[in-house]
Design a protein around this ligand. Structure first.
Ligand SMILES: [Zn+2]
Length: 268
């Protein structure tokens, strides 16, 4: 599942494949970019902000958009992915009908699958897409105090929903939400204002995401073995790794949450 660390990794894949190169071709399979051709455009850099991917490009001289800085924005949501292939390598990551974008450079081909919110915007307008986000847990400007300040501004909201709200802090998805709250012994239904150590909770979320940077298997337990990578996430009815109580799963807001009713008591 794409969470902040996955998006960070994806930005790095695109950075390594494309940054500093001049594109030799592009193919967009979405209506809004059907006539867009980025051939000759230079890729300046690839960045992530929360779960948003920002591929920054410069249009070639002589182009109607020439000399201006542009950003190709994409969002992975639940199912999107970018993969980089060597020229001539078979595109094997996903079925071809999921391809939404293809960017070719002299040394690599980047293929975007099931991308959402694909848009080409002036770089100067990036804030219109990501300006509402809270501090990015994996960003160079990560600011835990600001994240806590935004969380406590809505003290009655459940901590489970508040951690997923990207306006509070950007990068936590459902897996890390469930795991952080288990590790802190906090029920997902606890109101934000009643969480004992909000700063500690935010700090742990940042550490877990940062620890998973650079690899695709997400683990909060320290184990990379299949079936052992989480404490509660995806483990409904299985015994808690700490106390043996059956892990529970329930809807919370628009998402599901997993928790141990013994280690994380006090559901209202
Ligand atoms: Zn337990």
């Amino acid at each position: 599942m794409p969470e902040g660390d996955t998006v960070w990794n994806t930005a790095r894949v695109l950075q390594r494949a494309l940054a500093g190169t001049r594109l030799t071709g592009s193919d967009f399979r979405v209506p809004q970019l059907a006539v867009t051709d980025l051939t000759g455009w230079t890729v300046r850099e690839s960045a992530s902000r929360g779960k948003h991917l920002l591929l920054r490009l410069t249009a070639p001289d002589g182009h109607p958009d020439g000399g201006r800085d542009w950003t190709l924005h994409s969002h992975l949501r639940m199912d999107g992915a970018w993969r980089a292939y060597a020229p001539g390598e078979r595109w094997a990551a996903r079925p071809a009908h999921l391809i939404r974008a293809v960017l070719r450079s002299p040394g690599a081909v980047a293929v975007g699958y099931h991308l959402h919110e694909l848009a080409l915007i002036p770089t100067a307008a990036e804030e219109s897409l990501v300006g509402h986000l809270g501090p990015d847990l994996l960003g160079p400007d990560w600011d835990p105090d600001e994240a806590v300040r935004r969380l406590v501004a809505h003290p009655d909201e459940s901590i489970g929903e508040a951690l997923l709200d990207q306006r509070n802090l950007a990068g936590v998805g459902n897996l890390y939400k469930c795991e952080v709250l288990f590790l802190r012994g906090v029920s997902p239904w606890t109101p934000v204002g009643a969480v004992p150590d909000l700063a500690g909770t935010v700090a742990l979320a940042q550490r877990l995401l940062a620890a998973n940077r650079g690899r695709w298997t997400q683990s909060t337990t320290g184990s990379l073995h299949r079936g052992q990578t989480s404490y509660v996430y995806g483990r409904r009815a299985q015994p808690c790794r700490r106390c043996g109580t059956a892990i529970r799963k329930a809807e919370q807001g628009e998402r599901v949450t997993y928790w141990c009713p013994a280690c994380q008591p006090d559901r209202p």
